[in-house]
Every structure is written in C-alpha cells, then in structure tokens.
Design a protein around this ligand. Sequence first.
Ligand code: CP
Length: 304
Amino acid sequence: VKHLLGIRDLTRQDIEQIFQTADEFKAVLQRPIKKVPTLRDTTIVNVFFENSTRTRISFELAEKRLGADVINFSASGSSVSKGETLIDTVHNILSMKVDMVVMRHSASGAPHFLSRHIDVPIVNAGDGINEHPTQALLDAFSIREKLGGVEGKKIAICGDIMHSRVALSNIYALKKLGAEVTVVGPPTLIPKHLAEALGVNVTYNMREALEWADVANVLRIQLERQNMPLFSSLREYNLAYGVTRELLDSLKKEVVIMHPGPINRGVELDSAVADGNESIILQQVENGVAIRMAVLYLLSGRKG
Ligand code: CP
C-alpha cells in the first residue's frame, strides 16, 4: 500500500498489521523517553484545508515521536486565499524535498485526486463526507483494547450517518474485522438508500440500538454540512437520539461509549456520559498517536 486514502482499500491483514505496529509504538509512548529515531531523515507536511484539533495535533505528535521533521500548512493564511490550486500548493511544498503528505480537505476525493499527481505517500486525514481512515483505525484499536478484540462485537454507530466520514470508515473497518454493525439515528440522517448501500443493520430507535450494542460510537451532528436543518431542534434531537445518563442507566448492561470529537455536549451526548465510567473517549485520542505512528512508519517503507 503506497497511500492511506481510505479503509475501503485495506484488507483485514493490513489493518491487523497496523494494530500490531501500533501496539509496539504504544509501548514506546509509555516510556520516559517517548521518541524513536525511525523517521529521523524524513520530512512530513500536514496540509490542512479544514479545521482540526485532535487529528492535526495527533499527526504532528506522531511525526515528532518518530523523529521526523514536520511542516504544518493551513489553507487559511496561505496563498490558497490568492487562488493557488491544491496541486500547485502541494507541488511547491514537495519541491522543498518533503517526503510524505498528510492532508485534510473539505472535498470528498481530494486526496485521491492528489495521489494521481504526486509521487510521495499521502495519508488522508479526512476528506469531506467520504473517509477518515486513521479515525476508524484508532476507534477499532480502542475497541480491541477495551474488549479484547473486535470480531463478533456489536457496535452501534449513532447519529449523523449521512454526513459522517467517520461513520463510513468505521463501517468498512469494523466489517473487515468481523464486528456486527448497526447504524442508528433519525431517518433524515440515514435515508433508506444509504442504509441499503452501507450493508449494515439499521434502526431508528436509540434505545433498541443501545440494548443490542456492546459499544456505541456516537457521532457529532454536523450542522456545517447541512444546507437545511434535518431535525426540528437540537433539544428535540437530544430527547430522541441523545445518549443521556438516564437512558444508559435504564439499560440492563454497560455499553462502552465512544465519540470521535468534537462533542456537542447536551446534543448527541450528555456531559454525564461523555465524562462517565463507560466513556473511552480520551483513550481514543491517546491511541490516535500510536495508530498514526504505525501508519506513517508502514507507509515510509522503513524496516527495523
Ligand atoms: N476526530 C477528529 O477528526 O477531530 P478533529 O476534527 O478535531 O481533528
């Protein structure tokens, strides 16, 4: 594999190799000296055309822990505002002898387009509503860590499925790893044609999904991707589809709670749940660094 553009392109063996490599890097990250010289003579550029907190910091930290030189590029404040194209922007950066590109873009397919024009490995850090592969890898890795494996586990992906690259990448990853997947949310955010195309179970009833699930991966409502409101109000969304303390306490078993962040507290997830005992949200963030170290290392083609 030359690039990581999406989970769709990976095999189960690829994902398991990433996890085994991430296990090793996670052990490194527990040591007093968290840095290894693995990519010491490599320069990586993080090209972000869309905002980010977790993914951007996590990639930068992963690169620095591997000893790489790191350049951070944000579209805002760059010559993109003067009309420079994506290809010109990246060609100019690469001419300064950069070895790998990590890219986030609001357009679905932007990293795939770029991969046809440049010769260095590209890691997709989220493209529009298409994929967010490293998020899905860190999510599945966190489930494996918490429950001892992914195969046969029941995972509910909750909320705004239609606009979520996290949902799509999670569905690909979890199915490849042998999990059972159900998507749950309002019909406006899981239209029937999408539900059929995804090849997963669908319910529009949150209680039913949580009663079934071992894990609930709760997604952010992406208001910025909705041209018109797809539910009547955030309050009503919370009442019907919010994962609340009351709802979780009324179940007969514990459900592991995940969220990719950023959280809309009080909308899709109540604070008492986000910060509760069932939540592994911050472990997901922690695992993101080891997963991204593994991805960058494997794509670099280095051995030993
Ligand atoms: N999970 C995630 O992609 O968060 P950011 O948008 O903050 O990177």
